[in-house]
Design a protein around this ligand. Sequence first.
Ligand SMILES: [Zn+2]
Length: 264
Amino acid sequence: METIKKKVDRAPYTAAAATVQAKCDAFELLARNGQFELAESSAFDITGLLGSAMVELYDKQFSRNQGAEAIRDGIKNAAKNALCPYCGEGYATELDHYLPKTKFAGTTVHRANLVPACGDCNFEKRTYKPGPDKPAVLHPYFDTAFGIPWLTASVISGPLGTPVVDFGVCLQNPYPELEARLNQHMTIFKLWKRFGTWAAQALDNFDMLLRTPYGQSMTLERAREQLHVTALQQSGGRVNSWEGATHSAMLDSEWYLSSYLKLK
Ligand SMILES: [Zn+2]
């Protein structure tokens, strides 16, 4: 708000500052209790300020203003390894409003509602709003599910008899609410399809490796070692990376290694 130069333009925002702070506090309470589904748009309205005025504040004063660049960069740079926390693959070049700015005026410029994201995840999520029948996607600042294993993968024989990687969600300790959120996370960000496309590339890469002079002498045992190392290297310490899940699935599939690739 300091970046708005004219006092007359700043006045309505200054007057609403305490209300905005109260809305941000309400957001954090929901976040800490894992209750984003209970967030009602109307409860985040600001008396005396239209939602469009908050969007304008974000678009003109926060998103493009040079004075706010350090804040924007600070949020983006907090992404681990500069990667998008939603998919773990793309570079975090944009800021996503976890609760969409078109529906939640009070958290439009709230730091905890701004998540570094890649362009694809930001685009796919659009204005998704959690609700009673719409589980919330994972929030990188508040959800601990990023650190526990839940992404599964298996290599199956596809319709053409060629290998396909099938992804799933499975928690070691069943927890239906979290499982619903994880499935929704995969659906909203189109990760079933995106992970599948990237995994198909990983299968192609391994196929090509086996055609090289190095690969032609590959034994079944060495192939498993190679895939194990690739799984470790490419997951980069991320528990639910598609790379780790895919390469582990490849090394676990007897059909893929022995029948399809005919490794001995
Ligand atoms: Zn992403």
